[in-house]
Design a protein around this ligand. Sequence first.
Ligand code: NZQ
Ligand code: ZN
Length: 387
Amino acid sequence: MNNFNFHVSTEILFGKGRINELPKVLKKYGKNVLLVYGGKSIKVNKIYNKINELLTSFNIYELSGVEPNPRIESVRDGVKICKENKIDVILAVGGGSVIDCAKVTACGAFYNGDAWDIVKQTFKPEKAIPIVTVLTLAATGSEMNSSAVITNFETNEKLGVTIPITLPKTSILDPTYLFTLPAIQTAAGTADIMSHIFEVYFNNSKTAFVTDRFCESLLKTCIKYLPIALKEPDNYEARSNLMWAGSLAINGLCACGKFDESWSCHPIEHQLSAYYDITHGTGLAILTPHWMRYILSEKTVDKFDEYAKNVWNLPENKDKMFLANQAIDLTEQFFKKCGIPMTLSELGIDDSKFEIMAQKAVKARNLQNAYIPLKEDDIIQIFKNSL
Ligand code: NZQ
Ligand code: ZN
């Protein structure tokens, strides 16, 4: 087990009706609240009305229309509102896009330059407006981590940045808010959760036994409950388990004691989103089985064998390479059965941008330091196999 730091101070208020505690939570920070949200969903499922009823003694300002794959323009709009209205606390209500937009906005409020500098990391923020979240989509874990991913479609860049001071102070996780999710968002969100685990489970460390078993239990949770949530969108047990799995998958717990290796599928997927504006989890579901097959070798077969036996319950007494391939096939079939389009062609993506996207993926993260190092040619091949 390698040395590690683990400190996640976000207060989680989990369960039905916890939104009623919002006034008490926000009061600690002040009266001027910036409510950040996306499109119609929080109005359709009435969270918007509920929040307005609860917060009558606060001054509410709004940043609405935050897009999936949130744009830097939305952040700039949010920064302007914060500066003009002395915002005390940001309340982000939505999925990862809304929360990520809130995080960079929170820092931009104390910066006189352009907020894109924060995403590019040419400016390192030291101050941020406190953030409280109400989560409506189980996927990114943004409600319990300090990362944000923002897109600049002028330059086709989708970049992630980690800013510890933006870690949400409190996150309200009411699984009933997931009941209204469209099936594709439920499925893509779970594929994202699983990918966060794969990115650290497949690692060269061999001694973080406890962490590996923890990863496997979260993966099994996703495999058990996603089909149930798709069949019965209002199944509370399924939604609550998926919701908590999403937060635990990427708050650092799944990486404790392992080597600090670069992630693989995420930097590749971010290029697809930056050029084609696709759903993050869908891109990951498509790439993941092809990445797995590409890196499967005598060197990695033991880890895949562990994955096959512990996650997919494949029999002990078979050849490791056979089991590894079977586990990868099962992963692919699982996503497919859950209704995720499993080829790039289905999303209208052809090979015309493979080179530039591969170059950018290598540049965005040091993929030489990944579990299995990847160069541009490797990424192009993974794209081709995903067509
Ligand atoms: O805009 P509205 O109308 O709210 O609709 C949203 C949106 O269209 C809808 N939705 C959310 N909750 C709903 C709902 N519809 C009905 N009922 C509900 N309860 O879902 C759509 C997608 O929302 P979005 O926030 O974009 O999804 P997600 O949570 O998957 O976030 C994706 C973004 O997060 C980034 C991704 O790259 C992508 O930009 N990521 C952030 C990470 C982080 N901060 O740590 C890590 C991840 O790996 C990821 O990169
Ligand atoms: Zn992700």
